[in-house]
Design a protein around this ligand. Structure first.
Ligand code: HEM
Length: 159
């Protein structure tokens, strides 16, 4: 159990040039933080989802280009996104997008100086995880009948 009362307390003891000690703030650091605690885990996941979307945005550009280039190119893009692997990628992108957006809102709350107590930090972290799951499921609800139909057709074809 941590004795910290506030997540901003993470600090290291350093020395000034005159030899006196000073508490310096620590930025997230792989060898310093327990990767499975809420603060570092949710932060790392925010960076990972940000990086994932740096590539995801290329898919959006590809989709728009295909759309602009005409029906044939668009049909290819559509087929790629409709392929089971394409669908898996899109589901992953959806989860990453919701996580990154909700974590971004969590940051806005911190930016206005609220939610720094350890219990509040845990509450907002869980809200981001649960919100991501709920919103991702809601986003994909319309696709579930089609997915069930596809899986049933695959099973029937292999019987
Ligand atoms: C396609 C859209 C986006 C991309 C490609 C993207 C990418 C990234 C990346 C790569 C990082 C990590 C930067 C680093 O740690 O050095 C990041 C951080 C961040 N993003 Fe995004 N982002 C996107 C959309 C958003 C949105 C919509 C929000 C807000 C709702 C947001 C809020 C943030 C915040 C607050 C951080 C900093 C987190 C921190 O300081 O630990 N981002 N983003």
């Amino acid at each position: 159990m941590s004795s910290m009362q506030d997540s901003r307390e993470a600090a290291m003891i350093g020395r000034r040039t005159d030899g006196t000690t000073v508490r310096r703030p620590l930025s997230p650091h792989l060898q310093v933080y327990d990767m499975l605690q809420m603060s570092s885990f949710s932060s790392i996941l925010n960076r990972i989802t940000g990086v994932v979307w740096s590539f995801g945005i290329l898919l959006v550009v590809y989709w728009l280009l295909a759309l602009a280039l005409g029906p044939e190119t668009y049909a290819t893009a559509r087929a790629a996104f409709a392929h089971p692997i394409g669908q898996l990628v899109l589901v992953g992108m959806t989860v990453a997008a919701w996580y990154h957006t909700l974590a971004g809102l969590r940051h806005i709350n911190w930016d206005i100086g609220r939610g720094f107590s350890i219990p509040a930090m845990y509450r907002s972290g869980w809200a981001v995880f649960i919100g991501t799951a709920v919103l991702s499921i809601i986003t994909w609800l319309p696709a579930i009948p089609g997915a069930v139909e596809f899986i049933t057709a695959q099973i029937n074809a292999n019987l």
